[in-house]
Design a protein around this ligand. Structure first.
Ligand code: HMG
Length: 425
């Protein structure tokens, strides 16, 4: 790669996902909880949620997403100079997940390596740092690896239970990106100290004030979008063709876009409904299959959008809304690069959502009840119930160190068909 010049663009060069091997169908959850299944499938817009097994954690999922990024994107790992993991699923008070990912992938020792945390906004914080690192010239032609990896867990039987999920998204951030050129320095931000959702150190499950969290999210849409739009009007920006939102559950993206349309832009109900179907619904297919992936949620929506529609979006402007409870939000935008459609096809973005195993309800509950029961006393030969092309958390050794099995290179079969497009929630 060459040194950055003032005419260079910076943005998302490649994307890859990772999802746990197993999922729970929301109809099975509804039936076990005695809830009408329409509440979950229509009321929340969820079809399935990914459930992380005993050997899957943010390190293994993040490593799988990043190794898929390198393989599918044809990326040379020696080009990486920055490795940041956005996560809110901590595994250690000190050692970052980014160090494990850096080590498991054998990335260069010259990298800057760290984690970022602010609820679901952690991935965006890492991405913004990467963009500014490149734009400042400090990258000296290198690229940044940004990984978002989380496991969303709420108490069994709680209202949050149908909005769980797990997964990781890896982003390569570079000059002259092949997917999305981001508008650096043009963002709208909004922050407020609230207790809408929190994860005390003593617990594995999140605590949430559910309906209040929805209203905090909507206030943040108005605040961040309003700030972005004021500046955009001043700059004379062209209209957004699509917008991807943070998706804690599919219906939330619809509520967000409706709030923006009616409260901020003066549209009526019918126009808001039509805009959602046209400009937001195409980004929601993966979230309906996986559930909330916290830090990766917005970028999974972007991946779904490019997977479904890059062929009609080259040259078009796409808005992105990131929300992290607590709370902070940022609205920003980018332009889909020329050639993105062909490259998105090569990335086979939906591939990790295929060939997953459906859990029955009892198996799901058994996994959740065993949460935190991590295998101790591991040895090199400890058994792992994941295919060998997956990175796996093996367990905790006698010195309380986490031990991982590195994935053997995947044969990366080409995908057939694609994940079903969901109907508007
Ligand atoms: P709830 O109170 O059980 O559900 O929990 P509800 O009664 O509000 O019903 C949900 C929807 O289903 C409603 O639609 C009902 O009308 C509908 P709405 O009025 O919202 O449009 N409904 C039905 N539809 C069809 N047929 C039926 C039926 N019955 C009801 N039979 C809640 C909902 C989202 C509060 C809960 O799941 C929860 O607490 N989830 C976790 C919190 C969350 O996801 N918050 C989102 C905003 S905060 C955020 O995004 C940050 C986060 O990602 C964390 C981070 O930043 O780190 C969470």
């Amino acid at each position: 790669m060459t040194e950055r010049t003032s005419s260079s663009t910076v943005g998302i060069d490649a994307i890859a996902l990772a999802a746990p091997r197993t999922y729970l169908d929301l109809v099975d959850l509804a039936s076990a909880r005695g809830v009408p299944s329409d509440k979950y499938t229509k009321g929340l817009g969820a079809i399935r949620m990914a459930i992380a097994g005993r050997h899957e954690d943010p390190v293994s999922l993040g490593t799988d997403a990043a190794s898929r990024l390198f393989a599918r994107g044809g990326i040379d790992p020696s080009r990486i100079g920055y490795v940041a993991v956005g996560t809110e699923t901590g595994i250690d008070h000190s050692k970052p997940i980014a160090s494990y990912v850096h080590g498991l992938l054998g990335l260069p020792p010259s990298c800057r390596v760290f984690d970022t945390k602010h609820a679901c906004f952690g991935g965006t914080a890492a991405l913004m740092g990467a963009l500014e690192w490149i734009a400042s010239g400090a990258a000296r032609g290198r690229s940044a690896l940004v990984v978002c990896a989380d496991i969303a867990r709420y108490a069994l039987g709680s209202p949050g239970e149908p909005t769980q999920g797990a997964g990781a998204v890896a982003l390569l951030v570079s000059e002259r990106p092949r997917l999305l050129e981001l508008e650096i320095g043009h963002t709208g931000t909004f922050a407020r100290d609230v207790h809408d959702f929190w994860r005390p150190l003593s617990r594995r499950d999140a605590l949430v004030d559910g309906h209040f969290s929805v209203s905090c999210y909507l206030d943040a849409v108005a605040g961040a979008f309003g700030a972005w739009r004021d500046e955009d009007v001043r700059r004379g920006g062209d209209p957004l063709a699509r917008t991807a939102y943070h998706v804690p559950y599919v219906k939330m993206a619809k509520k967000a876009d409706r709030h923006r349309a009616i409260a901020c832009e003066g549209l009526d109900e019918a126009a808001a409904e039509a805009r959602f179907a046209r400009e937001v619904a195409p980004s929601l297919a993966f979230a309906a299959e996986v559930g909330n992936v916290y830090t990766g949620s917005l970028y999974m929506a972007l991946a779904a959008l490019l997977h479904a529609e890059a062929h009609v979006l080259e040259g078009a402007r796409v808005g992105l809304f990131s929300y992290g409870s607590g709370c902070v939000a940022e609205f920003f935008a980018g332009r889909v690069a020329a050639g993105a459609a062909g490259f998105a096809r090569e990335l086979a973005l939906d591939e990790p959502l295929r060939d997953r195993v459906r859990l029955d309800f009892d198996a799901y509950e058994a996994i959740r009840r065993a949460d935190g029961d991590e295998p101790a006393g591991v040895t090199a030969g400890s058994a792992v119930d994941l295919p060998s092309d997956r990175c796996a958390f093996v367990g905790i050794d006698a010195a309380e160190r986490r031990v991982y099995r590195r994935a053997s290179p995947a044969s990366a079969p080409r995908p057939e068909g694609s994940v079903a497009r969901i109907a508007a929630a």
